[in-house]
Design a protein around this ligand. Structure first.
Ligand code: FES
Length: 86
């Protein structure tokens, strides 16, 4: 069985207040539209201590910072391309 790629969004108070609250629905929609449910695991996590460059998102072990509604799809495309052929 293939291991799923972990997408981990920071739900610490700083990242959450800076936009990650809105990113949750955007990421869920991205996964659903591309039918990636069997390939990715999306979850939230606590503050990783990188607040000043947030909002933050991990795709696998790679950290993406300053995510926003303008760049989230590109970040997901880029981050997932390392693991999944879409
Ligand atoms: S709140 Fe997200 S890194 Fe600290």
């Amino acid at each position: 069985m293939l291991r799923k790629v972990k997408i981990t969004i920071c739900l610490g108070s700083s990242c959450f207040a800076r936009g990650n609250q809105q990113m949750i629905a955007r990421i869920q929609k991205y996964i659903k539209v591309r039918q990636l449910e069997d390939k990715v695991e999306f979850k939230g996590d606590h503050c990783s201590g990188n607040c000043s460059e947030g909002p933050n998102l991990f795709i696998g072990t790679r950290l993406f910072q300053k995510i926003s509604s303008e760049n989230i799809e590109k970040i997901l495309d880029t981050g997932l391309a390392e693991y999944i052929k879409q």
